[in-house]
Design a protein around this ligand. Sequence first.
Ligand SMILES: [Zn+2]
Length: 176
Amino acid sequence: MPVLVLNASLQPLSVIPERRLVVLLTKNKVAFVDEQVRQAIEEGINARHLPADEPVIVQLLANVRVPRMALRPTRANILLRDDDTCQYCGKHERDLTLDHIIPRSRGGQGTWENLVACCRACNGRKGNRYLKDVGMRLIRQPKPLDHEYAGFFLLRYPRLREAYQAYLLSAQVKTA
Ligand SMILES: [Zn+2]
């Protein structure tokens, strides 16, 4: 049961295991954002049996300052940003390669803007050439991931991400 922790300002901070949630609750550091989820989890804690697949979101009661975190364009981070999807043909699979959009042999750098997830077929087709020379296009323009990017770690937790987006929408409705 992964638990999403939001800052008091609703910015996603981290995903924590349920043990850690129990500690934060005991210390009165966090509050549930959803009343039904609060009841389910509190009953679960009392019964020592927590619901396994409930997406749980809690909010810190006091805001903490988060230094802006620059993420490096590692292979893992590029694949995470591109959602394991080839950025040329849209194929979704594990074990994609990375492609330098401007080929390394022509001065292309290992940057967020120049690296994309790429399947082997597309990589073979493109080789060391420019996109325009092989008639290939990117399905979207690559951008850097940073900590502001709606919690990049949430990409690994699709159900939590959905619950978070639904919560943000409902919070906007309430303040509108
Ligand atoms: Zn492809």
